[in-house]
Design a protein around this ligand. Structure first.
Ligand code: ATP
Ligand code: MG
Length: 458
């Protein structure tokens, strides 16, 4: 019923290409049912509303979209009135989030325009950086302010058609990542887009269009002007979406790696010359990341753990695992690496914890018997063991350590027996206090005091 009603909605009058349902491969069956309901409700209330962004791109590619974003002519306050499950977020540009009981969020934004650079009196290239993008606009302006042509298609539930202002469908067919408009300008407005270009190219196996790629090579150093939290968020996405190894390759080739993490870039140069005992062909980090990529189907690796792979080869190169006396240097190196990555506090803490524990696992057999809580009871042990598992698969020198620790874990599990059903009665067993997240945070904080004074407790 709605379909007929909506089929008569006017075609965009501003020169967009409208592709009817027979001209594209999106089936309504693959669209989230709640997203469809939202689109219909907005239409019935007299607004225009389209599915947009990664959802449309992934549907066209036959991939399962991560999320279904919607763009509409309705203003945030109007959206809020229409949906009871709506929360408005964002100070600069208000977005509406619709929350569902299963934890799903559908994001709705009002059509908006790129800030008018000329009216801001832009003279110098450096001034192109966009710091305020709070302007409502038309559907065309909204399509044009997006990053890449492949991310800019609208799917209109009215008539099940695609609306293409920027040649996105053609680029999807050609498997090409291309900025909308002049890449030099678009990357200067927002350098994070360069990292996003790598993400889409690596994840989808798309080429980066030649002019877009040239601009990335020229502008890579500008990435340091972007907010660290945004950069590390995109870096995290590079690592955890199954194409981390390819992403690192592209980061290196474009010069973004040198700009973002020159330590790792320097490591790759040194390792490529050969001569590192644990990394004779200079490809260790690629092999580790490839393992992470393959692992993805069997449960996701956490972001802090993925970032550990980023850091470990450098630590190894600096010889930090060579003996008992290197604890302070190790902690300083880890602190430096974690700080450089600009991660959120909790992620940084988890990473420091995992790396510290990893070092202990890797050195355990060279040490005297330790005192204190057994390592396998500590928070972060499972992650550290995972790190050791991947590492030992690539660096034979760590194999014995990994076998020792996994055997030890197995023995403890066997000794504990199968979990017993609770009797509801008090157990008269005195247990060691469990390492709570707060206690471990305190330990990490202690370790990160200025000057890095750290006593290796082991
Ligand atoms: P993913 O599958 O990783 O979520 P996505 O394309 O959905 O990819 P999001 O980060 O979720 O990416 O952003 C949603 C949409 O918002 C993008 O498809 C794009 O149209 C637009 N967008 C995101 N970041 C930018 C940016 N930095 N500049 C311009 N447009 C952007
Ligand atoms: Mg998305």
């Amino acid at each position: 019923m709605f379909d007929e009603e909506l089929d008569s909605s006017p075609a965009p009058a501003d020169g967009a290409l409208r592709i009817s349902r027979s001209g594209h491969s999106i089936s309504r069956r693959n669209i989230d049912a709640d997203a469809i309901k939202v689109l219909y409700r907005l239409y019935r209330a007299g607004h225009t509303a389209y599915l947009v962004g990664g959802g449309v791109r992934d549907l066209l590619l036959g991939r399962r979209p991560k999320d279904f974003d919607i763009v509409t002519s309705a203003r945030p306050a109007q959206v809020k009135r229409l949906f009871r499950n709506c929360r408005l977020i964002g100070r600069r540009f208000r977005l509406a989030h619709l929350h569902y009981p299963d934890g799903k969020i559908i994001e709705l934004s009002t059509f908006r325009a790129n800030p008018d650079l000329e009216s801001r009196g832009v003279e110098d290239e450096a001034d192109l950086l966009v710091v305020d993008d709070n302007r409502f606009g038309s559907p065309r302006q909204d399509a044009e302010r997006r990053d890449f042509t492949i991310n800019s298609l609208f799917y209109d539930i009215a008539g099940f058609s695609l609306i293409d202002y920027v040649g996105g469908l053609e680029d999807i067919q050609a498997q090409m990542v291309r900025t909308i408009g002049d890449p030099m300008q678009r990357f200067q407005e927002d350098p994070v887009r360069m990292v996003r270009a790598i993400k889409f190219s690596a994840r989808l196996g798309f080429a980066i269009e030649a002019e877009t790629w040239r601009a990335m090579i020229r502008l890579a150093p500008m990435i340091t002007r972007s907010a660290p939290a945004r950069v590390s968020e995109e870096l995290g996405r590079l690592l955890d979406e199954g194409a981390a190894a390819r992403s690192l390759e592209l980061m290196d080739e474009s010069g973004l790696l040198e700009a973002m993490d020159f330590h790792l870039e320097a490591y790759l140069r040194i390792a490529a010359r050969g001569g590192l005992e644990f990394d004779p062909d200079g490809k260790l980090i690629y092999r580790l990341l490839r393992r992470c990529d393959q692992q993805r189907g069997q449960g996701k690796l956490s972001r802090p753990l993925l970032f550990c792979f980023w850091v470990l080869p450098i630590a190894l190169m600096e010889g930090l695992l060579s003996g008992d006396d290197e604890g302070d240097r190790w902690n300083t190196a880890v602190f430096d690496c974690v700080t450089r990555l600009g991660l959120a506090r909790r992620e940084a803490e988890m990473m420091s914890l995992t790396l510290s524990l990893f070092r202990r696992l890797a050195l355990k057999r060279k040490r005297k018997r330790g005192q204190g809580r057994p390592l396998e009871e500590r928070e972060g042990f499972a992650e550290a063991l995972r790190l050791l598992e991947f590492f030992s698969a690539e660096v034979p020198a760590f194999r014995d350590e990994y076998e020792f620790w996994s055997q030890r874990l197995e023995d403890r599990r066997r000794a504990a027996g199968p979990p017993r059903p609770s009797t509801g009665l008090r157990q008269d067993v005195v247990r060691r206090p469990v390492e709570t997240a707060e206690r471990s945070r305190r330990r990490v904080r202690r370790r990160r005091l200025p000057g890095q004074e750290h006593t290796d407790e082991f």
